[in-house]
Design a protein around this ligand. Structure first.
Ligand code: FAD
Length: 320
C-alpha cells in the first residue's frame, strides 16, 4: 500500500505482510463477486427486475410482498437485503441513513491492452479530498475520490458531467489518477452521498421482527472508510444461514429465535465498525491546513501502524 500527498510525494509505503502476517488486501470487482455468488444458486432462483412496492403482515402470520408490477408473493421468512434505502428496514421502523458530509465518485478504468500497475492499493490525501486506486483485474483499475460537501446535492445522471466533475476535483493531482479516470467508460462512473446509521441499543429497532430480518446495508449502512460494508454483509449472510439451517432442522428451536440470535451475535461486530468507519472518514476528510500538514509530515510517515488499523479485518465468521 502506498500513501501519497496531492503533490505526488510518497508519504509512506506499507507491505501488509511486514506489518501483520495475517493481513492481505483482495480487490474484487463487484460484478464478479455477484456473478460468482449467483452461480452457486439453482437456475431461476434469482428473479431480476422485481422491485418491491409494499409489505404487509397477513392475518395468518405470513408476509405479503407486492412488487411494482402488481405481483404478490407470500413468504414465511423475509430476509431484507435491499441496501441502504431498504424498504424492509423502513417498514420495520428504522430511520433513514444519515448523510455524513462527504460524497464519493467511483469508477473502473479499463485498459484493453492490460493495466500497468503493481498489485498495490494507492491512496492520495489532500485537504477535504482524498482519492485512491487499486487494480482489480489484468485490465481493470478501481478508483475513488471522496470529497466534502455540506449536502448530498441533486442526483446527477449525466455520466459526462459526472466524469468532468471527478476530474475537476483532482486536476493537479498525480497524473496516474487522471489517466485512470480518462480510461473509465463514462457510464460506469457513479457519485454516491456517503451515509450511515448507528444502531444504538434500546433506540434502534432490532435486526429482526418475528420472521422478518435485515442483512447487510439494509441493517447497518456504514461509510466505506474501512472497506467493510460488503464484507460485513457477507459475514451476516454466513451467520444467518447457519442459524436458520439449525432452526429449520431442529424440533425445538424456532425460526424467530434463530433470527433474534443472529441479530444478537452480529450487533457487537457491526455497530463498532459503523462508528469506527465514520470516525476514520471524518479524520481523513480534514480540511484544516495545519492538521493536514501534521498528518502528511508526522502522523502518516512516523506514527501510523498498519496492524492495529486493520485489526478489525481479523474476523472469523466460521464456515457454513
Ligand atoms: C464508495 C464506496 C466504496 C465502497 N467500498 C467498499 C469496500 O472496499 N469493501 C466493502 O466491503 N464494501 C465497500 N462498500 C460498501 C458496499 O458497497 C456495501 O456495503 C454492499 O454493497 C452492501 O451489500 P448489500 O447486499 O447489503 O446491499 P446492495 O449491494 O446495495 O444490494 C441491495 C440490492 O437490493 C436491491 N433493491 C433495493 N431496493 C429494492 C426494492 N425496493 N425492491 C427490490 N430490490 C431492491 C438493489 O437493486 C440491490 O441489488 C463501498 C461503498 C461505497 C459507497
Amino acid at each position: 500500500m502506498v500513501v501519497k500527498s496531492e503533490e505526488g510525494r510518497e508519504l509512506r509505503s506499507f507491505r501488509f505482510k511486514d506489518e501483520d502476517e495475517s493481513q492481505e488486501v483482495r480487490a474484487v470487482e463487484r460484478r464478479i463477486l455477484l456473478e460468482t455468488l449467483a452461480n452457486q444458486l439453482p437456475p431461476g432462483a434469482v428473479h431480476f427486475s422485481s422491485k418491491l412496492a409494499k409489505i404487509e403482515r397477513t392475518e395468518n402470520g405470513e408476509i405479503m410482498l407486492e412488487l411494482v408490477d402488481g405481483t404478490r408473493l407470500f413468504t414465511k421468512i423475509l430476509i431484507g437485503c435491499d441496501g441502504i434505502r431498504s424498504s424492509v428496514a423502513k417498514w420495520m421502523g428504522f430511520s433513514e441513513p444519515r448523510y455524513v458530509g462527504h460524497c464519493a465518485f467511483r469508477g473502473l478504468g479499463f485498459y484493453p491492452e492490460g493495466q500497468p500497475f503493481e498489485p498495490k492499493v494507492n491512496y492520495i490525501y489532500g485537504r477535504g479530498l482524498r482519492a485512491g486506486y487499486v487494480p482489480v483485474s489484468p485490465t481493470k483499475v478501481y478508483w475513488f475520490i471522496c470529497f466534502n460537501r455540506p449536502s448530498p446535492g441533486p442526483k446527477i445522471s449525466d455520466s459526462f458531467v459526472l466524469k468532468n466533475q471527478a476530474k475537476e476535483l483532482v486536476r493537479n493531482w498525480p497524473s496516474d489518477l487522471m489517466k485512470i479516470i480518462d480510461l473509465t467508460p463514462d457510464d460506469t462512473i457513479i457519485r454516491t452521498p456517503l451515509v450511515d446509521r448507528w444502531l444504538w441499543p434500546a433506540i434502534s429497532p432490532a435486526a429482526s421482527d418475528g420472521q422478518v430480518v435485515l442483512v447487510g446495508d439494509a441493517w447497518h449502512p456504514m461509510t466505506p472508510n474501512l472497506g467493510q460494508g460488503a464484507c460485513c454483509a457477507l459475514e451476516d449472510a454466513v451467520v444467518l444461514a447457519r442459524k436458520l439451517a439449525n432452526a429449520i432442522k431442529s424440533e425445538t428451536e424456532s425460526v424467530e429465535g434463530a433470527l433474534r440470535s443472529y441479530g444478537t451475535e452480529r450487533w457487537p461486530r457491526v455497530f463498532p465498525l459503523t462508528i469506527r468507519a465514520n470516525v476514520v472518514g471524518s479524520a481523513l476528510q480534514w480540511e484544516n491546513p495545519v492538521v493536514c500538514s501534521l498528518r502528511n509530515n508526522l502522523i502518516i510517515p512516523k506514527l501510523v501502524r498498519l496492524g492495529p488499523l486493520l485489526e478489525h479485518t481479523n474476523f472469523e465468521c466460521k464456515s457454513l
